[in-house]
Write a protein that binds this ligand. Sequence first.
Ligand SMILES: C[S@@+](CC[C@H](N)C(=O)[O-])C[C@H]1O[C@@H](n2cnc3c(N)ncnc32)[C@H](O)[C@@H]1O
Ligand SMILES: [Zn+2]
Length: 292
Amino acid sequence: MLTDVVDLLLCPQCRARDVESGLDVGDTDRTLVCDRGHSFDVARQGYVSLLTGDGGKFTGDSAEMITAREVFLERGHFDPIAAAVSAAVPAGGDAVLDVGVGTGHYLAAVLDARPGARGIGVDVSKFAARRAARSHPRLGSVIADIWSGLPVRAGSLSAVTCVFAPRNAGEIGRVLAADGVLVVVTPTSRHQRELRGPLGLIGVEEDKTRRLGESLSGLFEPVAQSPLEYTMVLSHTDIESLIGMGPSARHGDPEARSGALAQLPDSVEVTASVTVSTYRTTGQRRRASASL
Ligand SMILES: C[S@@+](CC[C@H](N)C(=O)[O-])C[C@H]1O[C@@H](n2cnc3c(N)ncnc32)[C@H](O)[C@@H]1O
Ligand SMILES: [Zn+2]
């Protein structure tokens, strides 16, 4: 719930003017307020939007994509990835932020393994924020655009996780404590390779992990890098969800894809292949953007 993490949040209106003002729960529990009088409505579904100005140019995943992601993740096919993310977050840390939190699946796994910890789930999609708000009782769900900055106190977090999502190295470096860690999951070029040719899915760029390292260099130093590869056995329904939750949902011809899917066997062996990378901050602070 937002009350679990409100002491870690900053007013985005004040931040836009380079003033750091914390947020507090308002009189009615339906708002978060800063001491300069800015007020943010808590949605009925339990999340708060801390977007500033015109809301930025990113809208994030659609309702359909988030539903497809929820259906696919509940089938457990990515559970080994959730377990690896949770294992990579050091024990003892009490405040974890997940950037591009999606349905909250990965942050909920981290919090489940740490009974005292609380989590902030940040996503620019209101559909993701809605779903993340009910994914775990100790998770506070916030709409924010990572490229406009995180509405979070400097040096306040023990870990930041980022799973298949965009990241802003300067902002993540700012909000992490000096001994905090960043855990990033990137797909390798073998991820879901069996589906690419037959279904025309968008491929993963080569060398995503190396480019991740380059984008973080200066601000972060690598601590560990673990490959994780296994075979999933997917039904046609699973594959439809997988397509619906990813970038291919917005590209290609859905009819041609359905036809191609019908040609595949009832269950298809598909590779899951990712790298789980852990970084520490170097202590340098800069407001910089880095994405992959
Ligand atoms: C590929 S999904 C991954 C979601 C989740 N981490 C998972 O793996 O299930 C990428 C997520 O990043 C979010 N996102 C995209 N652009 C963003 C931005 N500028 N700021 C914050 N979140 C963003 C999307 O809305 C989406 O939920
Ligand atoms: Zn304010």
